[in-house]
Ligand binder design. Structure first.
Ligand SMILES: Nc1ncnc2c1ncn2[C@@H]1O[C@H](COP(=O)(O)OP(=O)(O)OP(=O)(O)O)[C@@H](O)[C@H]1O
Ligand SMILES: [Mg+2]
Length: 393
């Protein structure tokens, strides 16, 4: 069918034509943000999930809604090897300038910008911190040169400005698992401080499953301050909606068997649903899209995933890391005992501990419980078997 009208949207952070199955979580975050606006207690929310389940698109949706509702926000992604102050400061500046246009919040926004000017002193420690200065720093305000106290001062100043505008200031931070532990700890204590003062500042974050443990390790009280909703594969019904609703909007149907087939091939994982939908649409010549169309789509959808979604991750691995993942794949979808993986490679778990640690750091695997290792990318074991037909290559 007409590829120009193809509604499906596989890609990193690409908004789906139908954001299926996430209404409850969106509502929960909306309620939290509105409660915080009123100075009522509500935990910050960290969305946890594997690769490709839709964390980024959820953050974007939530942000759009919050901004529409009159809140202020920053939207950042924690990349590997950048510091939190480095990515936070420029975005914060922009948001504060916007907030300062609101007459009631003008003075306090300017004060927050002064705090940001003091915060810029941290450049000595975090040399990727670059921020245009609009005001002179105020002596004693966020200018200690110590991230813990300066971030607290800064977020308190931001919270006071947001309160003056009757709004909530929201930090939307994606890929939070890449923030180093000490910086994460300082972020948690700054949020703790604003919560204690009932200031309207909150974090809506997203990250891989290892984030839950990292937060607890960074600050033992983190679990009292945050909710960790898990997003995963869609239920069969939600997955059917994700496929059928966008097609129906274009006047196109699926045969019931065709849709069931895609739901089962993709196991309901959002990224895969978009990829299969896109290929099935392009292959089909008319409505309804048939089971035969969808079977054919499997071949091109898998090829597309291998070339993008899976491949970008694979290319960042050392030869030994690849062999480690291949050994995991040998054992099945997982999780697997570290000892079993080592045995498959003819090694000891101790000698492979650094490799495993590196894979966790890169966000390729995580540890669901002590001594267990699981992939963070759904269906990665099948990809590993395709790309490395045996353990030796
Ligand atoms: N609820 C949903 N229903 C249907 N499709 C979805 C849904 N959520 C996300 N998608 C689609 O899944 C794909 C992946 O989404 P997204 O990039 O947000 O995932 P992610 O969890 O952030 O992945 P990663 O961990 O790799 O960053 C996109 O193509 C998006 O359109
Ligand atoms: Mg993402």
């Amino acid at each position: 069918m007409d590829p120009i009208r193809n509604p499906y949207a596989p890609g990193a952070g690409t908004p789906p034509p139908e954001l299926s199955g996430r209404d409850e979580l969106r509502e929960r975050v909306h309620i939290a943000i509105e409660r915080i606006r009123l100075g009522r207690a509500s935990k910050s929310v960290l969305i946890i999930g594997l690769r490709g389940v839709g964390k980024t698109v959820l953050l974007d949706h939530m942000r759009l809604r919050a901004e529409r509702d009159g809140h202020y926000s920053v939207r950042i992604e924690a990349p590997e090897e950048r510091s939190l102050p480095g990515i936070l400061a420029p975005q914060l500046r922009q948001a504060l300038i916007k907030l300062s246009r609101f007459e009631k919040a003008k003075d306090l926004s300017h004060r927050a910008l002064r705090a940001l000017a003091g915060f810029a002193k941290l450049k000595v420690k975090y040399n990727d911190l670059e921020v245009g200065l609009d005001f002179e720093p105020e002596p004693g305000l966020a200018d200690n040169g110590d991230l813990e106290s300066d971030l607290q001062d800064l977020l308190v100043a931001v919270g006071e400005a947001a309160r003056a505008a009757d709004s909530t200031f929201i930090l939307f931070i994606d890929e939070l698992q890449y923030v180093p532990e000490d910086q994460l700890a300082h972020l948690i204590s700054a949020l703790h401080k604003t919560a204690q003062l009932s200031l309207p500042v909150t974090l809506v974050g997203a990250g891989l499953p290892q984030l839950t443990g990292q937060m607890g390790k960074a600050k033992s009280y983190a679990e009292r301050l945050f909710d960790f909703p898990f997003v995963g594969a869609l239920t069969p019904e939600q997955a059917r909606d994700a496929l059928a609703i966008p097609a129906a909007a274009e006047g196109v149907d699926f045969e019931p068997a065709a849709i069931d087939y895609i739901v089962s091939e993709t196991q309901g994982y959002p990224y895969f649903l978009q990829e299969w939908g896109k290929h099935a649409w392009d292959i089909a010549t008319n409505s309804p899209i048939t089971l035969a169309d969808c079977r054919e789509a499997t071949i091109s959808a898998v090829a597309a995933l291998d070339a993008s979604f899976f491949r970008v991750r694979f290319d960042r691995l050392t030869p030994l890391e690849k062999r480690y993942l291949r050994a995991m794949a040998q054992l099945g979808p997982g999780p697997h005992r570290s000892g079993d993986i080592a045995e498959t490679l003819g090694r000891t778990s101790q000698s492979l501990a650094p490799t495993r640690a590196k894979l966790i750091e890169k966000g390729m695997v995580w540890s669901p419980s002590h001594g267990d290792t699981a992939f963070t990318v759904p269906l990665f074991e099948q990809f590993m078997q395709r790309i490395m037909p045996n353990l030796e290559c």
